[in-house]
Design a protein around this ligand. Structure first.
Ligand SMILES: [Zn+2]
Length: 292
């Protein structure tokens, strides 16, 4: 045991050298993993160690880290692909996810509702509401101008800074009640034979959280946002105000929703920055960073 302790102290010293003092996340890695895994972790670059320190305990992490094709930012996708194909070996899992095989759309937009559960921690800033996690019909957040206060302040700040760059946006859809979403979904069912591709059932819409804004160029509809000259700025800077592009292109298999360039979700600056830098979705953030 004395030997083990000595090894841990050496490892701690090595890892600490990566960090400025007062990095509170560091001891967490040491607490969560065994010596073998820590030896793999310290081979990572500084950015990856920092990212890992934000994550929950990941089973079999050392096996992942030993594979030279492994990319830490794709870890959630490896885990999901492994759950789907438990008889594949890890090498194959990593290769296939790196080839984006897991992102090929293999089910309908309605299939995503199968096995849905109530959303948890519904009053937190990073609440996950999707086709797998629904809000109660009576859930109504405290709102200020149809948004939760933090989200409202952040979008005001974003719009102001956008203006100084000569970009002008309108905020369209914000909070939507359960009953309004119920009406909207049935409306889409009447006008489209694929309502689940473009709308959500009541309780399953993130708009009910009051943490969402649909953004359009000033005086135009939301569909026009990708062609607007200010969109590149918006997509690159939204995270510094606490927003993420919630339904990115080609992530339908993860989000259950097709690409929506206008739909931005408030999660706060810190979480938004992690999600943006790693090109995650909110689903991937939850898989890796929230306790299960
Ligand atoms: Zn929206």
């Amino acid at each position: 045991m004395k030997y083990k302790h000595a090894v841990m102290m050496v490892v701690l010293t090595i890892i600490s050298s990566f960090y400025k003092p007062n990095t509170p996340a560091l001891p967490l890695i040491l607490e969560l993993y065994d010596t073998n895994t820590i030896q793999e972790i310290i081979k990572l670059d500084k950015q990856d160690i920092e990212l890992l320190s934000k994550m929950r305990y990941i089973p079999y992490l050392s096996l992942y880290l030993q594979d030279s094709n492994f990319q830490l930012k794709k870890l959630a996708r490896y885990i999901w692909w492994q759950n789907q194909y438990p008889y594949y070996d890890l090498y194959q899992i990593i290769i296939e996810v790196n080839q984006d095989k897991d992102l090929l759309l293999t089910k309908t937009y309605a299939d995503f509702y199968q096995g849905a559960k109530p959303a948890t921690n519904i009053n937190t800033i990073d609440v996950l509401v999707n086709k797998q996690h629904y809000l109660p019909s009576e859930y109504q957040p405290t709102l200020h101008n149809d948004l939760q206060q933090g989200c409202y302040n952040a979008i005001q700040e974003l719009l102001l800074v956008a203006k100084t760059n000569n970009y002008f946006f309108d905020v369209k859809s914000k909070y939507r009640s359960y009953d309004y979403q119920k009406w909207l979904y049935s409306y889409y069912q009447q006008i489209s034979d694929d309502a689940d591709r473009i709308s959500c059932k009541p309780g399953f819409s993130e708009h009910q959280t009051g943490l969402v804004v649909d953004i359009a160029p000033q005086g135009k509809e939301i569909n026009a946002i990708v062609d607007y000259e200010g969109y590149a700025w918006l997509a690159e800077n939204a995270h510094s105000f606490g927003f993420i592009l919630r339904y990115p292109e080609n992530k339908d298999m993860i989000t259950g929703i097709q690409y929506e360039p206008w739909h931005f979700r408030y999660v706060g600056k810190e979480i938004a920055t992690v999600i943006y830098k790693n090109q995650w979705t909110l689903e991937e953030y939850h898989e890796l960073c929230k306790d299960k």
